[in-house]
Design a protein around this ligand. Structure first.
Ligand SMILES: [Fe+2]
Length: 172
């Protein structure tokens, strides 16, 4: 992807500063959020069993439900426990020829999952043992490790607590 340079880049940065100044609400000035958290995210998978093998059998996220998706014949809807009462959901659409993942408007760029330092190390060892490629932790990004699931979805394991970003508390 060609990236902005020179004056174009400077203009984008100036605009971002302006947006931050105008819109980011300091902790003390906020009302609550209109919702109570992520109940589930629903992604699309190529294959139900392959996705269960990866998330539960390999990474250890418990599969907590697997039901029929009533909106499409033969489609399954299933959920994994991500911790903190958050669910990761998937649908499959058998017989429908979906294109491969592409990074585009509206796509999931990545899903960042909070881990303790201990779990972070365990996951890294597991990936090393299985020979699964990942990005990080390196180049100043010491607390993140990025993989792609069998569907091309980007997953980040982030050694950080919920509500904080790079050591800064963003929400109470
Ligand atoms: Fe991230």
């Amino acid at each position: 992807m060609p990236q902005p340079e020179g004056e174009a880049l400077a203009a984008i940065r100036a605009k971002r500063d302006e947006l931050r100044e105008r819109y980011v609400k300091p902790l003390a000035e906020r009302g609550g959020s209109p919702t109570s958290g992520v109940h589930h995210i629903a992604l699309i998978c190529k294959d139900v069993e392959e996705t269960i093998e990866f998330y539960q059998e390999f990474l250890g996220f418990p599969l907590v439900e697997l039901v029929e998706n009533r909106d499409y014949n033969g489609s399954s809807h299933f959920f994994f426990d991500l911790g903190a009462k958050n669910l990761l959901g998937f649908f499959d659409f058998p017989g429908h020829d979906h294109p491969a993942f592409s990074e585009t408007i509206g796509a999931v760029q990545h899903l960042a999952l909070s881990t303790t330092p201990e779990r972070f190390d365990e996951i890294k060892s597991k990936l090393d043992e299985a020979g699964i490629e990942y990005l990080g932790p390196d180049r100043g990004v010491e607390d993140s490790l990025y993989i792609r699931d069998p569907n091309g979805v980007g997953i980040e394991f982030y050694r950080e607590v919920l509500g904080e970003f790079e050591g800064t508390k963003l929400i109470n």
